[in-house]
Ligand binder design. Structure first.
Ligand code: UGA
Ligand code: MN
Length: 257
């Protein structure tokens, strides 16, 4: 199957570093299609050139939609007060519903631009059966070393989760911890992300339309292997750059960083 990887992304000093790191996964794995959705009013040259230089023009789709100002984080807001990527992921879902072949078995994965992904994870996703949602552990998230589905010893089906943060959520897992058979997106056209849900409920919001806990397909060695980490990049300190800017100078004059 083709794995459609949906990545919301927005301009900030380390955006190109994040996307460059991700692009190498796509260069290694020919069955991936990157749906990259910019949180901006226009499609940027930075993203277009990056896709081109990685040789991904044919295996990627560049979209853009700006998060409405009312929902956008302000400079000093803690990052958790508003959901991120809602608008962008919903646009990608509608693109997939329009452009993917409804008769074929493909996969959709929501891929943040700052996480760390092993190439092995994508081989696991390829095992997702038509009409199912695959799940696996995610490292370094929810205040734990690892958040993971808990399996019944006899049936190997998911019977719970080890999450410590908001464990009462219907699906207490991170966005990086599941992927969806496209068949389900065609079967449940209302499945999407929403601004109307509490913090931490985006994953549950889409999954509640698509599956139940016991229908989840455990992957990654029956959820014993960690193949993705919820890493977060430190905010770049640019005090010296700001001082230069005040003198009308830039260290990156004529360069794309
Ligand atoms: C966690 C989850 O890993 C996210 O998938 C989820 O969207 C988020 O919580 C949430 O609850 O909204 P976290 O690391 O805190 O993620 O979020 P970010 O990595 O800052 O943002 C998630 C994605 O949205 C990234 O790909 C980021 O580039 C994008 N984003 C973020 C935008 O497109 N616009 C923004 O203003 C902020
Ligand atoms: Mn992140």
């Amino acid at each position: 199957p083709t794995i459609y990887c949906v990545t919301p992304t927005y301009a900030r000093p380390h955006q190109k570093a994040e996307l460059t790191r991700l692009s190498h996964i796509f260069m290694l794995l020919p069955n991936l299609h990157w749906v990259i959705v910019e949180d901006s009013e226009t499609k940027t040259n930075l993203v277009r050139n990056l896709l081109e230089r990685a040789g991904l023009t044919q295996r990627s789709t560049q979209l853009n939609v700006k998060t409405p100002t009312a929902f956008k984080l302000k400079h000093n807001d803690p990052n958790w007060i508003k959901p991120r990527g809602v608008e962008q992921r919903n646009l990608a879902l509608s693109w997939i519903r329009t452009n993917a072949d409804a008769e074929k078995h493909n996969i959709v994965f929501f891929m943040d631009d700052d996480n760390s992904y092993s190439v092995e994870l994508f081989a696991e996703m390829s095992k997702i059966e038509p009409g199912r949602v695959g799940v696996w552990p995610v490292g370094l998230v929810g205040g734990l070393m690892v958040e993971k589905p808990l399996l019944n010893q006899e049936t190997n089906l998911v019977e719970g989760f080890n999450a410590a943060w908001r464990p009462e959520r219907p699906f207490p897992i991170d966005m990086a911890g599941f992927a969806i058979s496209t068949e389900l997106l065609f079967k449940y056209p209302e499945a999407a992300f929403s601004y109307e849900v509490q913090r931490g409920y985006q994953e549950s919001e889409i999954l509640r339309h698509l599956t139940t806990r016991s229908q989840l397909q455990p992957l990654a060695n029956n959820c014993r292997d960690v193949l993705v980490w919820h890493t977060r990049t430190e905010k770049t300190k640019l005090t010296n750059e700001e001082a230069l800017n005040k003198q009308g100078k830039k260290s990156d004059e004529g360069m794309e960083v």
